[in-house]
Write a protein that binds this ligand. Structure first.
Ligand code: PLP
Length: 409
């Protein structure tokens, strides 16, 4: 059993008291926001609203201080060496695009190799692909092995073979958003560093499972989105080691990212401003800081074991429902279960669950190449968060049983 008090945790989230009919299991898409986050965002717009790094007035100074405090809060959460290593972006997608664009335009040369995995979200595929052809860079993919019962995982022998080709970049997700499996990142990144590769981690799903320690994880870059960590949408974090951030060619130009501009050329600003063109999502940054302060008051290991309990209860329960094809295994899973009802379209199942106010996601989960490998057209995803209750899992299992019966008619 878990010592985590899920009912008390849930009480911090106004959504569940204001929309009590919903069972929300779409947490891999986005999480709900605790009152502390809503308050921080609301307070900013009600009392502190001003632009940052611009005005000479007190309001702007206050906004700037709050914004920079938020950066320091993220720095401490990730145990980054300095706050200038935290760049605010609009999300994980924007962060990965900045890294790919920045490295392609500065570090990579024709014939260089970038390694990603078969488990990647489109954001960590397309961001590289956009430039590969133009710059003559080769994109290699670590294949999958295993099966749904024992759990799909990356073929580490194949990975070692790809590393023997001396890739310049290895860019991996921490947790698969489509299957829930957790990658053996620590060792994979160490192996990549041993070959001299620049290492990138897509932490969009991983951040809510295991907060990375940037002093021990062999990652040069780590990205995540605030909205998957109980924070606002429209804000992401691009962490990078200073030496690598300084090498990135900025993707966006304008605003405070310059030191000097003439019509002939521009000289870029110091970090972090160098990679933050335009007015940032100030309120969202304050919201993320509030989310981090909120989640830090709970025991991360207790949250993990509670999520494992939700997952186990659901996964065990599924075994008693006939006609379900599971794609996710229970072991080594961060709390995401993907499945199909034999012979049925995933959207039909999701619609039947929606009728019972159970929110799940159906489709290919922005991982089209993975679904092609698995040879399934799509699947329904159930993603758990610590505010979900065991009773909700039971209700969901009952709803699934009914849905399977209806679909069989
Ligand atoms: C693994 C992974 N990477 C990247 C993203 C993109 O995140 P965002 O849409 O917040 O930029 C997601 C979103 O679902 C994801 O799950």
């Amino acid at each position: 059993m878990s010592d985590f008090n899920a009912a008390a945790f849930r009480q911090h989230f106004p959504f569940f008291t204001e929309q009590p009919e919903w069972i929300y299991l779409d947490n891999a898409a986005t999480t709900h926001k605790p009152a502390a986050v809503l308050d921080a965002v609301g307070l900013f717009y009600r009392q502190q609203n001003s632009n940052v790094h611009r005005g000479t007035h007190l309001l702007s100074e206050t906004a700037t201080n709050l914004y920079e405090d938020a950066r320091t809060c993220v720095q401490k959460y990730l145990n980054a060496a300095e706050s200038a290593e935290i760049i605010f972006t609009s999300g994980t997608t924007a962060a990965l695009n900045q890294i790919a664009y920045g490295l392609m335009h500065s570090v990579l040369k024709a014939g260089d190799r970038v390694v990603i995995s078969a488990l990647e979200h489109h954001a960590n595929i397309v961001s590289w692909q956009l430039h590969c052809q133009r710059f003559g860079v080769i994109l290699d993919v670590i294949p999958l092995q295993g099966d749904a019962a024992s759990g799909y995982q990356l073929d580490l022998n194949a990975y070692n073979k790809l590393l023997s080709l001396n890739p310049k970049v290895v860019s991996l997700t921490q947790v698969s958003n489509a299957l829930g499996c957790i990658l053996p990142l620590e060792n994979m990144l160490l192996a990549a560093k041993a070959c001299g590769a620049i290492t990138v981690v897509d932490g969009a799903q991983g951040i809510a499972w295991q907060v990375p320690d940037m002093q021990t994880l062999a990652a040069d870059f780590y990205c995540f989105s605030a909205h998957k960590l109980y924070g606002p949408t429209g804000l992401g974090v691009l962490y990078g080691k200073r030496e690598w951030l300084e090498k990135l060619t900025p993707l966006l130009g304008g605003g405070e990212m310059i030191e000097h501009v003439s019509f002939a050329r521009s000289r870029f600003n110091q970090l972090p401003a160098r990679l933050e063109a335009g007015t940032p999502s100030i309120a969202a940054a304050l919201g993320l800081a509030a989310a981090i302060r909120f989640i830090s008051t709970f025991d991360a290991e207790q949250i993990k074991s509670y999520k494992r309990l939700l997952l186990k209860t659901f996964h065990d329960g599924i075994q008693h429902i006939p006609g379900i094809n599971l794609l996710s295994a229970q072991q080594n899973n961060a709390g995401i279960v993907t499945l199909n009802v034999q012979g049925e379209h995933p959207a039909d199942l999701a619609l039947l669950l929606n009728e019972q106010r159970i929110a799940v996601r159906a489709g290919q989960h922005c991982a089209m190449p993975l679904f092609e490998l698995l040879a399934v057209p799509g699947a329904v995803r159930f993603a758990f968060a610590p505010y979900n209750q065991l009773t909700e899992v039971e209700q969901c299992l009952n709803a699934l049983t009914q849905a399977v019966e209806i679909l069989a008619l």
